[in-house]
Design a protein around this ligand. Structure first.
Ligand code: SIN
Length: 542
């Protein structure tokens, strides 16, 4: 096999020798500490020891940044049927209906449990207050401390995890790869890196809850940690990935040239904020009957069209008609954010544009959060459970993380081989041949990749730019994937290139438009495409 082929099919990112590496043993190891990972930890620790690995600090997650809320049927005017129907409609014909029912039906009980654990949702007349988001027929979005829902939930779950002596948390731990046995059919734990050096954690069960891919794009709402590591390590281990063409773009991200992007919650539009172009025209009614509350993909494309038409870099959110005091109480985070840029929301408009927000696809699981690899589960944004189909309904992700986090944790706690004493710890040795190709600057490649993905695999796609993206990514891959790095920047660049290639490939394969995937050369939705594009790593010949 030549070196190029090796790089394409590479099983691990680094040279591995399990015998000479520091080793730990546990029953369940969980990669990721967002809502899904934390909820899984609580469940798995009901009778087993658990280690939670967190790439940065416990605050570095998409959960922590989530503003709008968590979707659930919470009042008698609403119904499971309605939440199911809205989710299926958003998913454009390719949701797994059983999964949709399961999540919708378990949601109220799990929200109630959060309340019992001391997580305070905003209340109204003794009940959980709810609001609207695009695509929901009823106000069913619960929120906490106004627009800081994710932070409040994450903090509550972190408190609960910290109280549990069976759970250990390793922060600033970079997980490199999943370890699998000789034939790759069984997951045996992970290899990762922290200030103590390389570490192997052997575990009877491994739960992948490593979050999303937003950082593959120049414009994103996601934190710096969202570099697709979980998807890349799942792919290298042989997990099946599905729906990688479905990247959701959030319509409204604060746009201040030179400043990093920040989410401006959709619930603002749910409560009456208007979208205006640079001439002050409220344009959304020209694009969809539900205007500002149309599904996210439609609002994102409408904003983009309006920007192109008017040759502007952004549009505006108008909240000038809101009562200022009420606004500050209901949206404290956004009020503070705008204030920090000297935007007086009672007099001025908020500049916004769309950006990459949520990876709908991921590691394919069944209803038990099981992947195709034994003892490996996936939940949260890294997983493709079938809930979202081709488009995720706003606020359905936190609830999915809660439901599937519990399922994955309970599977890990209940499996017959849940205790680490039962697993094998084979000697694994893996050597990457030395490369004689030029060493490229991975920081530069990462930045260029993010620009390329935004331009060529963004909100509006087309055959030629997708093909070009694949060609450019493959060129970079040749020079980056054949190297062994000893630092996070290098590993992240390798993971980002791996996943970007898969996303461009899937987007090129789907020659139609569906949900968040819009092809200007194939603008129609085609019945023949009511299927999922699945990808797995070609096996390495011996
Ligand atoms: C938002 O608050 O607009 C984001 C919520 C979500 O993505 O579900």
């Amino acid at each position: 096999m030549d070196k190029r082929d090796f790089a394409e099919r590479q099983r691990y990112l680094i040279n591995i020798n399990t015998i000479s590496t520091q080793q730990l043993f546990t029953d369940t190891v969980i990669i990721g500490a967002g809502i899904a990972g934390l909820r899984a930890a609580i469940e798995a620790a009901s009778n087993r020891n658990v280690i939670v690995l967190c790439k940065g600090s416990l605050r570095d997650s998409n959960t922590w940044l989530a503003q709008g809320g968590i979707a659930s049927v919470l009042c008698k005017e609403d119904s499971f049927e309605s939440h199911i129907e809205d989710t299926l409609k958003a998913g454009c014909g390719i949701c797994d209906e059983k999964v949709v029912s399961l999540v919708v039906q378990q949601a109220p009980e799990l929200i109630q449990q959060l309340l019992e654990w001391g997580i305070n949702f905003d209340m109204e007349s003794g009940d959980i207050a709810t609001t609207l988001e695009g695509g929901h027929c009823h106000p069913r979005i619960a929120h906490a401390h106004g627009d800081e829902t994710g932070r409040v939930i994450a903090q509550g779950l972190i408190n609960k995890v910290k109280e549990n002596p069976k759970i250990k948390i390793f922060q600033n731990f970079y997980t490199l790869d999943l370890l699998t046995g000789e034939d790759g059919s069984e997951c045996l734990g992970i290899i990762g890196f922290d200030k103590r050096g390389l570490q192997i954690i052997w575990a009877a069960n491994t739960i992948l809850a490593a979050g999303g891919t937003g950082r593959l794009y120049r414009e994103t709402t996601n934190p710096e940690v969202a570099t697709a590591d979980g998807l890349a390590m799942g792919y290298r281990a042989g997990a099946v990935l599905a729906d990688m063409e479905f990247m959701q773009f959030h319509p409204t991200t604060l746009y201040i040239a030179g400043a990093s992007r920040a989410l401006i919650t959709e619930t603002l539009r749910g409560e009456g904020a208007k979208l205006l172009d640079d001439t002050g025209y409220q344009f959304m009614k020209d694009y969809h009957q539900d205007a500002e509350l149309a599904p996210r993909d439609i609002v994102s494309r409408a904003i983009l069209s309006q920007m192109l038409k008017n040759k502007t870099t952004h549009v505006y959110l108008d909240v000038r008609h809101f009562d200022k005091q009420k606004f500050t109480k209901r949206f404290p985070h956004i009020a503070e954010l705008c204030e920090s840029f000297d935007i007086d929301v009672s007099r001025e408009l908020i500049p916004v544009r769309p950006s990459a927000h949520y990876m709908v696809g991921g590691v394919k699981t069944d209803q038990s959060a099981k992947t195709n690899i034994a003892n490996l589960y996936a939940c949260g944004e890294v997983a493709a459970t079938g809930l979202h189909g081709a488009n995720r309904l706003g606020s359905n992700s936190l609830i999915e993380g809660l439901v599937f986090g519990r399922i994955a944790g309970s599977q890990a706690a209940g499996s017959s081989e849940a205790a680490s004493a039962h697993i094998s710890h084979p000697a694994i040795e893996f050597q990457i041949p030395q490369s004689d190709r030029t060493r490229l600057d991975t920081k530069d490649i990462t930045n260029s990749l993010r620009a390329l993905m935004w331009r060529n695999v963004g909100i509006i796609r087309k055959e030629r730019p997708l093909l070009e993206a694949q060609e450019i990514i493959n060129f970079w891959r040749r020079y980056v994937m054949d190297k062994t790095f000893d630092n996070q920047q290098g590993w992240e660049c390798q993971n980002m290139l791996t996943v970007a290639g898969l996303m461009a490939y899937a987007a090129k394969q789907r020659k139609e438009s569906r949900g968040v995937h819009f092809r200007s050369d194939y603008p129609e939705t085609i019945t023949n495409f009511e299927k999922h594009i699945e990808i797995s790593r070609p096996k390495m010949e011996k």
